[in-house]
Ligand binder design. Structure first.
Ligand SMILES: [Fe+2]
Length: 333
């Protein structure tokens, strides 16, 4: 995932490439390095080059594949071994340098990210400045003993969320977050329309040098984190998620086995905090806050979400309607 800062710089460079304007050597080196490490960046750079050399080739431009420089293209295979070599040798992602027959072979290969873990990233347009006034913080290191000097404006920093429900004091922001989650559920995740509630919510504080251990959020279906500060300087802790596939260790790939890191081959994935960025993720997903290398204290809002009403089916269902006042009264006697 490209940070906003990187994306904006790369977009400006790509715009110049596409229009034929001069690009500085420093910018080109930076963009090349970034494209080697990031799939999205590589795609943007290729598209820009394609547009600069052949803006009319809309078919391949739409697909965003192939080397934009036609002088690099190779047509056809000499013999069957040539095809075998193509599949085995190191190669670029250039398809156009080969026969269109190969294109049709590859086009028949469908990559299905089966049972993937959805982490939803979005940015809020709404004003959430009221969160900046909160002084009730929970340490990012959720299971460690909070150091003795952990005070903010004479208020102690608590060692964890401690069942806090900060958002109940900020219902406008709470409902913005919940509305966003409902929209995602219905339009991206394919769930039936249901009602949800934000259960616990707390504000994290991560000072320079602080970090958290890996953890997940139990007794919850979904979790969210919102970055409400105006600024998260370079070095501010990323949030890092780890691959939840248990059997991954059986076929563990190391970094030296991987040409380009993508969401399909990575054991962990990081998101840099950015102003007004909102992330949703399944609560089972293990994650941690990485070490804060910035002098600026890093804050975020964390929260958990569960469905209300009926959930599940048959013997494995639960319905809040069962906990009627009369029932509660009867078991309290
Ligand atoms: Fe967490």
């Amino acid at each position: 995932m490209l940070s906003t800062q990187y994306r904006l710089r790369l977009e400006a460079i790509c715009k110049d490439i596409a229009s034929g304007a001069e690009v500085s050597l420093e910018d080109m080196i930076w963009a090349e390095k970034l494209s080697k490490a990031n799939t999205a960046a590589r795609g943007m750079l290729n598209t820009a080059r394609r547009m600069s050399t052949d803006p009319t080739d809309s078919f391949l431009n739409e697909l965003n594949i192939g080397d934009p420089d036609s002088t690099h293209h190779r047509r056809g295979f000499g013999d069957p071994q040539d095809v075998v070599d193509w599949f085995h040798n190191e190669r670029s992602d250039d398809w156009r340098q080969r026969d269109y027959n190969l294109f049709y072979i590859m086009a028949k290969i469908n990559y299905v990210p089966l049972f993937s873990t959805p982490v939803i990233q979005t940015f809020l347009d709404e004003n959430t400045d009221e969160l900046k006034d909160i002084k009730d913080f929970s340490a990012s290191n959720e299971s460690a003993i909070v150091r003795e000097d952990a005070y903010v404006d004479d208020s102690p920093v608590t060692p964890d969320g401690g069942g806090k429900r900060i958002l109940e004091e900020y219902p406008r922001v709470r409902d913005i977050l919940l509305d966003k989650f409902n929209f995602v559920c219905q339009n991206y995740l394919g769930f039936k329309k249901k009602k949800y509630i934000i259960t616990t919510s707390w504000l994290t504080i991560t000072r320079k040098g602080d970090l958290s251990q890996f953890h997940n959020h139990r007794n919850s279906f979904w979790s969210g984190v919102y970055y409400f500060q105006d600024e998260y300087p370079v070095g501010s802790s990323c949030i890092q998620f780890t691959n939840p596939v248990d059997c991954l260790s059986d076929i563990l790939y190391h970094t030296y086995d991987i040409e380009h890191f993508t969401e399909y081959n990575s054991n962990c994935w990081e998101f840099s905090p950015e102003p007004k960025q909102l992330l949703f993720f399944p609560s089972y997903l293990m994650h941690r806050i990485m070490k804060n290398k910035s002098d600026k204290v890093r804050h975020s809002l964390a929260f958990n979400i569960v469905p209300i009403g009926r959930w599940g089916e048959c013997d494995s269902s639960y319905d809040q309607a069962w906990t009627t006042p009369s029932y509660l009264e009867s078991i309290n006697e």
